[in-house]
Design a protein around this ligand. Structure first.
Ligand SMILES: [Zn+2]
Length: 68
């Protein structure tokens, strides 16, 4: 393997690693399993990464609340 091929291979690996990382960042949103405080229905709430409280509206009864 000549030097150019080795360099191309190294660049390819770096590019792949960066693409993988960007995918992880895209999937940074977390899903919180929340139970409605009014009717008890389970709700799946999407929240930004690092957010522990997310506002949501119950899909069953429409009650607006925040996850605990
Ligand atoms: Zn509810």
């Amino acid at each position: 393997m000549d030097k150019k091929a080795m360099r191309d291979e190294a660049e390819r690996l770096v590019r792949e690693a960066m693409e993988k990382r960007s995918i992880v960042v895209k999937q940074g949103d977390t899903r919180i399993e929340a139970t409605c405080g009014k009717c008890g229905a389970p709700n799946r709430v999407k929240a930004a990464k690092g957010v522990t409280r997310a506002d949501f509206t119950c899909k069953e009864c429409g009650h607006q609340q925040a996850t605990l």
